[in-house]
Write a protein that binds this ligand. Sequence first.
Ligand SMILES: [Zn+2]
Length: 275
Amino acid sequence: MELKYDLESITSHTVANTTGIGRGNAGAISLRNFTIAIDSTIYAKTAQIFRYNLEKHFNLPIKFLIFTHYHADHIFGIGPFTDVVTISSEQMIRNMKSKSIKDQYEIRVKEFQKEDPLAEGVEFKLPNIGFNEKLIIYDEDLHIEVLHTGGHTSGTSIVYFPYEKVVFAGDLIFANYFPYAGDPTCNPNKYIEALEIMKSLNAEIIIPGHGVVLKGKNALDIYIEFFKNFRKSIKNAIKENVSPEKVEIPHTFDTFRDELKTRSIEHWYKFFQNE
Ligand SMILES: [Zn+2]
């Protein structure tokens, strides 16, 4: 079967693929003279088709690739972008250099290539440029803002394109799903703050790290409310000595993957126990 990685036109300057074919969503923003890609999918093979289709779609060179966070399904496809300047928060680079993550991911790259026939060429490779807090890229009258918010991971960033009011949310949003919030570097309070920062941008279109595109100024409200209720349930459970397995969490969303949900609950429980 021929592998496809079609790009959905979201606005006249933005595209994305939210089908899950490359696991994590990927997308791009075209400015006047060049395109900026966001996340690389988990496979070099999908990344290669992503790049080809992106150049064809906008008919502009790709100058930058921004990573929203260090998780495999957003960075392993870096290979076909070797000649492009890759960017992330400085904290994401620190995440990737930390011994525990580096050791784990170097093994993961090898095992993934053995397990999955599509995984040939995947890499765990550091970005070229790290920024603190905020990075702005200009091209004539247009610009994008990359904001380091933390939350899903301590190095998580979002990408905002004010001209068309579009935000690339990375994994701060799993559209219509209980998200993965169990990364060792995930700070639950920062997670909620990050969503509030995103909301304050007044974007009309949110492109998530997993799942479909969200539309409308109030699209984030349900997520903010969910996370606040989730935090409340966890804090109550700790106060009442209810174990993590028995915490009643809000039923707002379907489960993305059971294992990720369990890890998220355990992580938030431990976090607030030690707070
Ligand atoms: Zn992630």
